[in-house]
Design a protein around this ligand. Sequence first.
Ligand SMILES: [Zn+2]
Length: 46
Amino acid sequence: MPLVHCPKCNKEEAIDKVLTAQSNQNIIYQCPHCAYLKRQIHTSKG
Ligand SMILES: [Zn+2]
């Protein structure tokens, strides 16, 4: 599983733990370490 760096606290986390895909196909990034939240992340997937 690829890792992503939080842009705020710079900690690594597995991408499936920090990214949540919503039913409207928005992607939400949420860092479990510092609670940083960002919507509509663009991934290189697909
Ligand atoms: Zn963070």
